[in-house]
Ligand binder design. Sequence first.
Ligand code: PMP
Length: 384
Amino acid sequence: MDRIYLDHMASTPLDPAVLDEMLPWLAPDRAGNPHSAGHRAGWLAGEAVERARGEVAALIGARPGEILFTSGATEANGLALLGAVPEGWAVVASAVEHPSVLACVVELARRGHPIRLLPVDSAGRVDPGALEGGEPALVSVMAANNEVGTIQPIGELARGCHGAGGLFHTDAVQLLATGRIDVGAQDIDLLSLSGHKLHGPMGIGALFVRQGVALRPLLFGGGQQGGRRPGTLPTALCVGLGAACRIARERREADAARLAGLRERLFGALAAGLPGLRRNSPAGDGGLPGCLHVTIPGADAADLLLDLPDLALSTGSACSSGEGGPSHVLLAMGRSAEEAFGSIRVGLGRFTTEDEVDRVAARLMEVFGAAFGGPPGGAQPRGS
Ligand code: PMP
């Protein structure tokens, strides 16, 4: 079988149009530090970086001066949580956050901040009223989950957070390729995003910091980006992130509609061929259009996927795949460890075709169906 890439939640392929815009900035004749003020090479690079900052801002309804480039969303999340939390404040996060948020929460607990984790329901959703009447806190709730794709009610949560006098951060990494966020209308103070989750390059991301929100830097150096995130900016990567944001703004609705159709086509095929299949990712508008997460009861998904090395799928999050334990997201949703180990995540993206979806469905039914002892298409789940 030729290779099929359906792991877009882990990373999206670079859009060729993004690569085209980046390439000139990697050529030797474009050498120049974007922070060099004394010559044309520096000015040109600096202008390209600032245009890109404008594109990032436009994607989320922010002002360019409210965008800090970072090395990715791990850094953006760290800068938001460790850099924006006021002395002594409580820190609140959902139980299904990405490890780059949860590890900061652990660090903030170690530094003496009171901590509260918000539970989720069986669909992975935080109660929209969870923050009403609480204490002033730095709250971090992701816009969409990276394992099951559940979209969180961040507008309502931000309102509740502000009603209590708090600050609201959202990790919007997974939502922005296909979903719309407006930091003004949704009253968001801090937002993280990442290039390689919206068909841009790896190694670049951004943190939106609402004007007026105080931020302590994590790094110290040459004073770039107002000293809030110093370090020489990588011109080609910034340009690539800007292009990816512009293209996402142009395509997000059309991409979302097409991907939701492919997602349902895949689910329909798998559900017909694998009785007992359980869907963990929400259908309809409650979940990311490109994400299908299912449990095949009794299966050892990681083991079975080893039989499909040319098929890029995942059993959960790439970021915790080295750790071997059951997914903290599925456990928080009330699933058992056994169910978590029997789960696969399919991430569809901008360039996924109907033919690829059909071929993947057929291969999955072959491998998972055989593991359950039945013919392809007629499998009975083991132990249920
Ligand atoms: N948050 C979420 C929800 C993610 O999915 C990821 C990437 N897996 C990150 C943060 C980290 O992003 P980056 O790879 O840019 O550090």
